[in-house]
Design a protein around this ligand. Structure first.
Ligand code: UDX
Length: 437
C-alpha cells in the first residue's frame, strides 16, 4: 500500500522503516529540513538500535523515501499517519497544534479515499477535532477521508522490535472502510499471529493513556516502597521479587531508582489527568504518580548530601545522562534533573553517557562531560549511577575507587551488588536497600 508518515521523530521514523519492511511504499515527511536531508543521506537524526540500518535497507529497496513537502507525498496515499510531537503545555494539556497542522496538510493534498491515522499519543476525543479540521479543509472529500487511531506502544531503545513483534496492534476506527484498510496494512503481522485489537476511536485513544499511566504508576509505586524500605531497613529489590512472582503483578517495571523520564510518561500522566478533569472526573492518583516520581530525585540528592556534607567544593560524577539505556534521548531525564539540582547547589558536575553526551551538553551547557566512565570518576567525591547502561556493569571497580577523591557511590538504578561494593571498599548508597556507610 502507499503510505505517508507526517513527522520523522522517534515514532514517525520507526513507523516509516517498519511499514516499509512489511512491503509497503512509504514516504516520510518532516518540516525540519535538516532532519530530511540527513535522512536522505541515510543518517538517522537520533540513536535507536537497528533503526538506521533498517532505514537504509528500505531506502535501497525503493520502498522508503523522505521529503519536506506533504504536497509531494500525500497525493495517491491510501493511509496517512500523524506522528508529530504532542508536548505538554504549561497547564499539562497536550499541545495538539502539530496534530492539527498535520491533519490539515494531509486533507489539503488528498486526492481520493484516504485513512488519516493518529499514531501520536493524543487525549481521547482528539479524533473528533481531526475530523472537523478535515471537513473544514476539504468538504468535497468528506465522505472519502476517514479517521482512525493506531497508538504506538514503542519503547525507546527497543522501538524496532516493539514494532515488528508487538504485544498487540490496536486500531480504533469509525468506518468499515478504515477498518479494512488498517487490517490490510498490518496483514503481514496479523498473519504471524500478532494480536490485532479493534475498538472505536475514543476507546483506542483512552487505552493508550491508560497503558502509559499504569506503567508510570507501577514505577512510582515501587519508588514509594523504596522510601519505606530506606526507613525500615527492608530491601526493595527483594520486595519487588516477591511481588513480581505473583503472575497478576509480574516482575517488569518494578525497578526502584531515579524514576521515569522521557518524552512519554511525564507528559502522558499530565495529559491524562487534564482529560479526567475536563471529563468532570477527579483522578488525583495521577498527580500522586508524578509527585512520587519527583521525590525519587530528591531522595538521591539527600544521599549525596549525607555522604558529602557541603556540595560547593565537591565534584559529583554522573554515570549515565539519558532517561534510560540504549537511547541518546535526554528529554525529561532524571539524570539531568539531578545535575541541575547539584549545579544549583554549587557542586561541580561531570557526566558520562555512551550515547547522550551531546544532547545532555546542549540541554545543560555548564555540565562537564567526560569521554568515558573512568575519566568521569577521576577525582570525584561521589559517583552517582543515573542510567543503567549494561556496559557500566563491567566497570573495573578497583580502578574507579583508586581514581576517586572519596570512594562514595550512590546507585540511582541499583546497578551494583551491595556486597561487592562493600568488599571493594566503597561507601555505597543503593536505592531502597540498606546502605554500606
Ligand atoms: C514508554 C512505554 O514503555 C511505551 O510503551 C510507550 O509507547 C512510550 O513510553 P519509553 O518511555 O521509551 O516507553 O521507555 P520505558 O522503557 O517505558 O521507560 C520509561 C522510564 O521509566 C525510563 O526513564 C526508565 O528508566 C524508567 N523505568 C522503567 C524505571 O524507573 N523503572 C522501571 O522498572 C522501568
Amino acid at each position: 500500500m502507499k503510505v505517508v508518515v507526517i513527522g520523522t521523530g522517534h515514532v514517525g521514523l520507526v513507523t516509516c522503516a517498519t511499514l516499509a519492511s512489511l512491503g509497503h511504499e512509504v514516504v516520510g515527511v518532516d518540516s525540519d529540513e535538516s532532519k530530511i536531508s540527513s535522512l536522505q543521506n541515510g543518517l538517522a537524526p537520533f540513536f535507536e538500535p537497528g533503526l538506521e540500518d533498517l532505514v537504509n535497507e528500505q531506502m535501497k529497496a525503493g520502498r522508503l523515501s523522505f521529503t519536506k513537502e506533504a504536497a509531494q507525498a500525500v497525493p495517491g496515499a491510501e493511509v496517512a499517519f500523524i506522528c508529530v510531537g504532542t508536548p505538554a503545555r504549561a497547564d499539562g494539556e497536550a499541545n495538539l497544534i502539530a496534530v492539527e497542522q498535520a491533519a490539515r496538510d494531509i486533507a489539503r493534498h488528498a486526492t481520493g479515499s484516504l485513512v488519516i491515522v493518529e499514531k501520536s499519543t493524543v487525549p481521547a476525543g482528539t479524533a473528533n477535532r481531526v475530523r472537523r479540521a478535515i471537513l473544514h479543509e476539504r468538504s468535497d472529500l468528506a465522505s472519502s477521508i476517514h479517521v482512525a487511531s493506531n497508538p504506538e506502544f514503542l519503547r525507546e531503545g527497543k522501538a524496532v522490535d516493539d514494532s515488528l513483534r508487538p504485544d498487540r496492534i490496536l486500531v480504533g476506527a469509525e468506518s468499515d472502510f478504515a477498518r479494512e484498510k488498517m487490517r490490510q496494512l498490518y496483514e503481514p503481522l496479523v498473519d504471524q499471529d500478532f494480536p490485532f485489537i479493534e475498538t472505536d476511536i475514543q476507546t483506542a485513544e483512552l487505552a493508550k493513556h491508560a497503558c502509559n499511566a499504569f506503567l508510570a504508576l507501577k514505577i512510582s509505586y515501587v519508588n514509594a516502597l523504596a522510601r519505606m524500605c530506606e526507613r525500615s531497613g527492608a530491601d526493595v529489590k527483594a520486595v519487588a521479587t516477591v511481588m513480581g512472582s505473583d503472575a497478576r503483578i509480574g516482575p517488569q517495571f518494578l525497578q526502584a531508582g531515579l524514576g521515569y523520564g522521557g518524552y512519554c510518561f511525564p507528559k502522558d500522566i499530565l495529559a491524562f489527568e487534564r482529560l479526567a478533569t475536563r471529563l468532570g472526573y477527579s483522578f488525583p492518583l495521577l498527580q500522586e504518580v508524578a509527585r512520587i516520581n519527583g521525590e525519587a530525585v530528591d531522595a538521591t540528592l539527600d544521599k549525596i548530601r549525607d555522604a558529602l556534607w557541603n556540595l560547593e567544593d565537591k565534584t559529583v560524577a554522573l554515570l549515565g545522562l539519558a532517561f534510560k539505556p540504549d537511547t541518546d534521548d535526554v528529554r525529561l531525564s532524571p539524570a539531568l534533573a539531578l545535575a541541575r539540582r547539584l549545579l544549583d547547589e554549587g557542586a561541580h558536575v561531570v557526566g558520562f553517557d555512551p550515547e547522550a553526551q551531546a544532547n545532555a551538553k546542549s540541554e545543560i551547557p555548564e555540565l562537564e562531560v567526560a569521554p568515558d566512565a573512568y575519566e568521569c570518576a577521576q577525582g570525584a567525591h561521589c559517583l552517582v549511577v543515573c542510567t543503567d547502561w549494561d556496559e557500566f556493569r563491567d566497570l573495573d571497580l578497583n580502578r574507579i575507587r583508586e581514581s576517586m577523591n572519596y570512594p562514595v557511590v550512590v546507585d540511582g538504578r541499583n546497578l551494583f551488588d551491595p556486597e561487592s561494593m562493600r568488599a571493594n571498599g566503597f561507601t555505597y548508597y543503593p536505592t531502597g536497600r540498606p546502605a554500606a556507610v
